[in-house]
Design a protein around this ligand. Structure first.
Ligand SMILES: *Cc1c(COP(=O)(O)O)cnc(C)c1O
Length: 484
């Protein structure tokens, strides 16, 4: 496909609008705006008619794979379908024209939405207080860990260690480090859950808490929560739950009831707001009473029928975001929650679990399984057998693109060799799951019949196999343009 720049399509005098003849006297721009503010020469803007603009951007929009185009089983990322009603309602002018500096009296609707979103998220997670400010899951982790830090400081003790299982999401150790902690890694046992004996050995008086991704990045439910809670209580350490995978637990269990002290959610995963390409995101952090008074300010509160911003938490860790966080994402998540309703949430979790298990059983005779127990919303395959026959996980991932399917997450988690982490989400039909299973089997068969085709894949995408190491090491795009 020959895609030109918008400036290359541009032709002098072409325009995207047709206006009726003026029925008032025409004024020149100099009569309306002082020349001090006018440019000396006109701006270099593309001149393109509306239909060509549409075609240009529609064609660009399908160059990259996206969730509106086809299946996107990218493990840990929850690329579920983003309902368009979320977009329509977040685009209402009452929301988009609102200024965050506006007085509370004229922002009651927005504050009510934030308040009700807070209440819904608290009910879903089983906690007692929440901040909507963090702008990503990872920022939520940082905030949660700063709360943990503050908790120990408020008790006048220095705790420097955060325990992180090796099946945790990669952001967990990074956030703990950023919050000033040292990371102590806890290995997984044979079934992929935390090894309790190793955990016990790691418990020292300087441990501040543990960060559990639950379900873990292996898609496995950490079922030994009560035992872990008991161990943490023995040294008054706290329990952080990475709740980015909350879509697997909706309506089935609540992390607050399970004994966690703090959680972050990813509105841009579990709650269907769009994501990818670096943002925007929203990672609310919910806590129990131990950490309530340290939350970032302001919190949205309600007195009678009046909603207001409460800055009065005197032990607060401060502000963590400009104004109140990514409001437009809150609108989308709120619409989603109201649309799904209470009973719907449990169905989301059940379907996300059934879909993952369906693909797992369809592929387990062809590919090796990372771990076979307790599969929740995602699972990990290993391409070890395929690698021995010539095609690595990366090759299989690239070949999937030729079938119009986004690859799974590969080479993560690190504890599974040739890992392919598959998360179908609840929004896919049985036909789509069947198609994926079929394609994965076809690629496996092709290893023995047509290996080179897999090694050279992808063949049908706008660009072929990229030099990914070069791209990571050499951030100069001109380098690649020159090379191609
Ligand atoms: C995506 C994810 C994160 C990080 O969220 P971001 O919004 O990308 O920062 C953290 N933990 C888990 C388990 C995740 O899946």
């Amino acid at each position: 496909m020959d895609i030109k720049l918008i400036f290359e399509i541009s032709r002098e005098g072409r325009k995207g609008h047709v206006l009726p003849k003026l029925d008032i006297k025409q004024k020149s721009i100099n009569e309306l705006i002082s020349t001090t503010y006018l440019r000396n020469s006109s701006a270099d803007l593309p001149q393109v008619p509306e239909n060509e603009i549409m075609r240009h951007y529609v064609n660009l929009s399908v160059l990259n794979h996206n969730v509106d185009k086809s299946f996107y089983p990218l493990g840990s990322c929850t690329m579920k379908y983003n309902p368009k009603i979320n977009e329509q309602l977040s685009a209402l002018s009452g929301f988009t024209q609102l200024h965050p500096g506006q007085p509370e009296e004229t922002s009651q609707g927005a504050l009510q939405l934030m308040y009700e979103l807070q209440q819904s998220l608290l009910e879903i997670t089983g906690f007692s207080a929440i901040t909507l400010q963090p702008s990503a899951g990872a920022q939520g982790e940082l905030v949660g860990l700063l709360l943990v830090k503050k908790y120990h400081e408020s008790k006048n003790r220095k705790r420097t260690i955060i325990l992180v299982p090796d099946s945790a999401h990669g952001t967990n150790p990074a956030s703990a480090r950023l919050a000033g902690f040292t990371i102590r890694t806890i290995p997984s046992g044979l079934d992929g859950t935390v090894d309790l004996i190793k955990l016990k050995e790691s418990l020292t008086e300087d441990v501040a808490g543990i960060m559990l991704t639950n379900p873990s990045t292996l898609g496995i439910f950490e079922h030994q929560i009560a035992e872990i809670r008991e161990m943490m209580d023995s040294i008054d350490a706290l329990m952080y739950m990475d709740g980015a995978n909350m879509n697997a637990l909706f309506g089935i269990v609540r992390p607050g009831d399970m004994g966690f002290d703090v959680i972050h959610l990813n509105l841009h995963k579990s709650f269907s707001t769009p994501h990818g390409g670096g943002g925007p995101g929203s990672g609310p952090v919910a806590v129990n009473n131990k950490l309530k008074s340290f939350l970032p300010v302001p919190i949205v509160t309600k007195t009678g029928d009046n909603y207001s911003l409460d800055y009065s938490l005197n032990e607060t860790i401060g502000k963590v975001s400009g104004y109140f966080g990514n409001f437009a994402l809150m609108v989308r998540a709120y619409v989603y929650i109201r649309m799904i309703g209470k009973d719907g949430f449990r169905k989301i979790a059940e379907h996300s679990i059934v879909n993952a298990n369906y693909i797992k059983s369809g592929l387990k005779d062809t590919y090796e399984l990372g771990f076979d127990s307790n599969t929740m919303h995602e699972f990990v395959l290993s391409a070890e057998k395929q690698k021995m026959r010539g095609a690595k996980a990366l090759d299989i991932a690239k070949r999937l693109l030729d079938f119009g399917i986004h690859p799974p997450t590969v080479y993560f988690p690190l504890i599974v060799k040739e890992a392919m982490m598959i998360e179908p989400t609840e929004t896919e039909s049985k036909e789509m799951l069947d198609r994926f299973i079929e394609v994965m089997k076809e690629i496996d068969t092709d290893i023995d019949k047509n290996l080179q085709k897999i090694l050279d894949a992808p063949h049908t995408t706008p660009v072929g196999r990229l030099d990914e190491v070069g791209a990571a090491r050499n951030l100069d795009i001109n380098y690649f343009l020159k090379k191609s």
